[in-house]
Design a protein around this ligand. Structure first.
Ligand SMILES: Cc1ncc(COP(=O)(O)O)c(C=O)c1O
Length: 403
C-alpha cells in the first residue's frame, strides 16, 4: 500500500477552496470516505432501493442479502464468533444507550467509567443514577493521561456490575490496556463495555481475543457513512438484554395484548433501517482491512510525530495527554492560556483551509474538572501527508505571533 494510491481513492482530495487544497485534520470527528463506500451506497439507492426483510420481491431479497453480507463483514472485522452478535445502530451513542437501557441494573449496582469519557459514555449512566439509583464510579486518568491501573483495581468491588470505558480517548488519543482491564473486571464478576469509537478506525480489534462483553463503534469515524454504527455483544449477553427501542421489525407476532420478540439481532433493530448506511459501513470495514492497520498506524505515527515536533516550541502551548506522540494515535490536543481555541480554529481555516476541531470535544466534564476553557485538536489519519502537517504547523505559528 502506498500513500498516493490511498489518496487516489478519496475524491475529496480534489476539492479546493480559494484555489488552495483543503487540509482535513479532523478525522477523529468524522473521517473522509473512499470512493468505494460512496459507490456502495449509491448502488443501493440507484439499483435496489427497497426494504430488507419485509417484502418478498427480488429487490427486497437483494437488500437483505447485501445487509447480511455487511453484517458478516463487520463480524469478521471485529473477530466476532457469529454475525448475529453484530447489531447495526446509528452511532456509538445509540449503542451505549441501548446497553444502558437494556441491562438489568438495579439500585445500588455500580457502573465504573473513566474520568475523560465522551458525553456519550457519561450521560446515559447519569440518567440511570436518577432513574434507577445506580452508582456511577469515576476513575480519573493519571496525571499524564494514561489509564490508572492501580486505582482501577481499588475501585473494582462487588457493586461494580459494568465497567464502561473509552478504548481510545477522543480527548488525548490515549489507548487503555484493554486486555488487562477486561481480565481484572471479569475476575471481579463485572461486565465490560468498550467505547471503540476512536479505536476501531486505528487498530485491529478482536472481540474474542479481548473477551469483551460489549463494544460499540461509529461508522463515520472509520470511513463509513454518517449515522452508521455497530453494537457488538457476546451472544449470551445480548440474549439477556431486554429490547430498548421496540416496534416494527422487532417482533415475530403480536396481539392487542402482547408480542413475541424476534431473536437477536432483529430484536434490537427497530423500524426501517438505513440500508445504504449498513452496506456502506460493510464496505468501509472491508476497505480498512485491505489498507491494513500496519500501514495505518505507521502513517499516523509519522504524521503525529511531525505535529509534535512542529508545535513543541510554540510559546505557551500546553499539550493535553502524554508528551510521547506514539501514545496518542493520530490526536494532538493543546491549548494556549488566554487564547480562545475557536478563534485559533477559525483562523487556521480562513488562512490556510486547515480544518481542526476546537472546544471541549464532548468531554466537558474533564475540562470543568481541570478548569480549562477549551482546546484545539488536530487528528490525522492515514491519508494525510507530511506537507499538510507542515502547513498546519506553519500557520499555527503565524497565528501565535498575532494573538
Ligand atoms: C470516544 C468517543 N465516544 C463516543 C463518541 C460519540 O460518537 P457518535 O457521535 O458517533 O455517537 C465519540 C465521538 O466523537 C467519541 O470520540
Amino acid at each position: 500500500m502506498n500513500l498516493d494510491a490511498v489518496r487516489n481513492d478519496f475524491p475529496f482530495f480534489q476539492e479546493t477552496s480559494n484555489g488552495k487544497p483543503i487540509i482535513y485534520l479532523d478525522s477523529a470527528c468524522q473521517s473522509l470516505r473512499p470512493r468505494s463506500v460512496v459507490e456502495a451506497m449509491n448502488e443501493y439507492y440507484l439499483r435496489y432501493p427497497a426494504c430488507s426483510g419485509r417484502s418478498y420481491h427480488k429487490l427486497a431479497s437483494q437488500v437483505t442479502q447485501k445487509c447480511d453480507e455487511a453484517r458478516s463483514q463487520m463480524a469478521r472485522f471485529l473477530g466476532a464468533a457469529k454475525k448475529e452478535e453484530i447489531i447495526f445502530t446509528r452511532n456509538t451513542t445509540e449503542g451505549i444507550n441501548l446497553v444502558a437501557n437494556s441491562l438489568d441494573l438495579k439500585s445500588g449496582d455500580a457502573v465504573l467509567i473513566g474520568g475523560k469519557e465522551h458525553n456519550s459514555n457519561l450521560i446515559p449512566w447519569q440518567m440511570l443514577v436518577k432513574k434507577k439509583g445506580i452508582q456511577l464510579k469515576i476513575l480519573p486518568p493519571r496525571e499524564d493521561g494514561e489509564f490508572d491501573l492501580a486505582n482501577y483495581e481499588k475501585l473494582l468491588d462487588e457493586s461494580v456490575k459494568l465497567v464502561s470505558l473509552g478504548y481510545s480517548s477522543n480527548l488525548d488519543g490515549v489507548t487503555i490496556p484493554a486486555e488487562q482491564v477486561i481480565r481484572l473486571a471479569h475476575r471481579n464478576g463485572s461486565m465490560v463495555l468498550l467505547d471503540a469509537a476512536q479505536a476501531a478506525p486505528h487498530r485491529k480489534i478482536n472481540v474474542r481475543a479481548l473477551d469483551v462483553d460489549f463494544l460499540v463503534l461509529s461508522g463515520h469515524k472509520m470511513l463509513g457513512p454518517s449515522g452508521s454504527g455497530v453494537l457488538y455483544g457476546k451472544a449470551s449477553r445480548l440474549d439477556a438484554l431486554s429490547p430498548f427501542l421496540v416496534g416494527g421489525d422487532t417482533v415475530a407476532n403480536s396481539t392487542y395484548e402482547s408480542c413475541e420478540f424476534l431473536p437477536v439481532p432483529e430484536r434490537f433493530e427497530a423500524g426501517l433501517q438505513d440500508y445504504a448506511g449498513i452496506i456502506g459501513l460493510g464496505e468501509a470495514s472491508r476497505y480498512l482491512q485491505a489498507v491494513g492497520f500496519d500501514f495505518i498506524q505507521k502513517q499516523e505515527l509519522l504524521l503525529n510525530q511531525a505535529v509534535n515536533e512542529g508545535i513543541k516550541n510554540i510559546d505557551g502551548l500546553k499539550l493535553i495527554g502524554p508528551a510521547d506522540p506514539s501514545r496518542r494515535g493520530g490526536i494532538t490536543t493543546f491549548y494556549i492560556e488566554g487564547i480562545d481555541s475557536h478563534r485559533v480554529a477559525i483562523m487556521l481555516d480562513q488562512m490556510a483551509n486547515v480544518c481542526v476541531r476546537s472546544g471541549q470535544h464532548c468531554v466537558h466534564s474533564w475540562f470543568n474538572a481541570h478548569n480549562i476553557k477549551g482546546s484545539v485538536r488536530s487528528s490525522v489519519y492515514f491519508y494525510n501527508t507530511l506537507s499538510e502537517v507542515e502547513i498546519f504547523v506553519d500557520n499555527l505559528k503565524k497565528i501565535r505571533k498575532v494573538l
